[in-house]
Design a binder for this molecule. Structure first.
Ligand code: HEM
Length: 405
């Protein structure tokens, strides 16, 4: 690659705590100075304008699991079992394999199943707040934003609720590769252990469900059928895992980042408290404003011109949804929080074929989480403590969010 690049524009700077805390000035520079940027440190293109991110998500290849040779050159051969799992997961497939898996999975996770979870989610939210209400303080992440999606996910899968702590812990370890794959070889052992643990767990769950069927996504994936085509056991395990992981860290981050944003905008918080009808559009705006999943990756399917730059076949591209969501060409006054924003087609759930499979569930969880906290905690305020962002380049979320109420 001969492209000359300004090192100060590298996404590598996200490793600095002050950039991670507020990546938007870096994104703004990328969008305005070099919107299709070759990042020599990450060895990838970085795309930040809304229209270019949409093109990448629409046209580029999602089939990006590293081959055995690539893993060896990264000195990550031990992650080969993880790669074998990823090649069966919808997130990392192109059509026709993707279309087949997505259609079968959609059959298993129909809208009425998602809607049926609503009263349960409300109950879980109330129960989690009951546990802290008399204390007058809580860590939003540990006490609420982490366990809520973990319990909902266990329930959605049809697994025993008591297993949610274990499922959450595996998901957190697996999520490392979604955000940080090349950069944390030291964490490979944990990712591997999580994959082995989850595979064994779901294999025995499937055996159990064959004898004692129990409603939930795993059982639905076992029985889903389109024109005589069904999932293999390995495909059920792989796609249960990606659904479980995809639904946890992200939803935790929606609740944590969203509440942080409301605390930083007290007038908006008061408005939402007094106008609950704003909840659906408020959740969309909070997703746009602090996207829980800041970027994703693709490969160029062939040589292609994007924004005047030649991207070569098989070169990697990072599409930064967090930057596209603040693109003034698409969103008027993009750095302003507007809970009633109209025409808010943000990219927090991605775009096109891989558009988030669980978006409907995430929206319900977000709406219930914000509504319940605001209703039950009229005096919600920051508990003064420095904010620490999790060191994951892709999944943007806080380590902790202490509040009083
Ligand atoms: C606020 C919460 C969530 C956010 C921000 C989010 C974000 C995303 C994004 C950006 C993608 C597309 C990635 C890409 O194109 O490379 C995606 C895909 C996906 N999400 Fe979510 N997600 C959330 C919640 C959930 C939930 C609750 C579930 C499970 C019920 C879920 C399951 C999935 C799956 C399985 C995919 C892959 C879809 C495919 O490849 O066809 N997500 N999500």
């Amino acid at each position: 690659m001969t492209e000359k690049s300004d090192p100060s524009l590298s996404l590598y700077h996200l490793f600095k705590p002050e950039v991670l805390a507020d990546p938007y000035p870096l994104y703004r520079r990328l969008r305005t100075e070099d919107p299709v940027h070759w990042d020599p440190f990450l060895h990838t293109w970085v795309v930040t304008r809304y229209r270019d991110v949409v093109s990448v998500l629409h046209d580029f290849s999602a089939q990006r699991t590293p081959t055995t040779d690539q893993l060896a050159s990264l000195r990550l051969s031990q992650l080969s079992p993880v790669a074998q799992l990823m090649v069966k997961q919808m997130l990392f497939l192109d059509p026709p394999a993707h279309t087949r898996i997505r259609n079968l999975a959609t059959l298993a996770f129909a809208p009425q199943r998602v809607r049926a979870l609503r009263p349960h989610i409300q109950e879980i939210a109330e129960r989690l707040l009951d546990a802290v209400q008399s204390r007058g303080d809580m860590d939003v992440i540990a006490d609420f934003a982490a366990p809520l999606p973990a319990i909902v996910t266990a329930e959605m899968l049809g697994m025993p609720i008591a297993d949610h702590v274990q499922l959450k812990s595996w998901s957190a370890d697996f999520a490392e590769i979604l955000g940080n794959f090349q950069h944390n070889p030291g964490r490979a052992a944990r990712v591997l252990a999580a994959v082995e643990g989850m595979t064994t767990y779901f294999r025995s769950a499937i055996a159990r469900l064959k004898v004692h069927p129990r409603e939930g996504l795993v059982h639905s994936l076992m029985t889903a059928e389109v024109d005589g085509d069904r999932f293999t056991e390995e495909e059920i395990i792989a796609n249960t895992i990606i659904t479980m992981v995809g639904g946890q860290e992200t939803t935790t981050n929606l609740i944590g980042n969203g509440l942080l944003t409301l605390l930083r905008h007290p007038e908006a918080m008061e408005r939402l408290r007094s106008e609950p009808a704003l909840l659906p559009s408020a959740v969309e705006e909070l997703l746009r404003y602090e996207a829980p999943s800041q970027h994703t990756a693709r490969l160029a399917a062939q040589d292609v011109d994007l924004g005047g730059k030649l991207i070569r076949k098989r070169q990697a591209v990072i599409a930064v949804m967090g930057a596209a969501n603040r693109d003034p060409e698409r969103f008027p006054d993009p750095d302003r929080l507007d809970l009633a924003r109209e025409d808010n087609r943000h990219l927090a759930f991605g775009w096109a074929a891989h558009f988030c499979f669980g978006a409907a569930l995430a929206r319900i969880e977000g709406q219930i989480a914000f509504a319940t906290i605001l209703r039950r905690m009229p005096n919600l305020a920051f508990h003064p403590a420095p904010l620490v962002w999790r060191c994951n380049l892709g999944l943007r979320g806080l380590e902790a969010l202490p509040v009083t109420f």
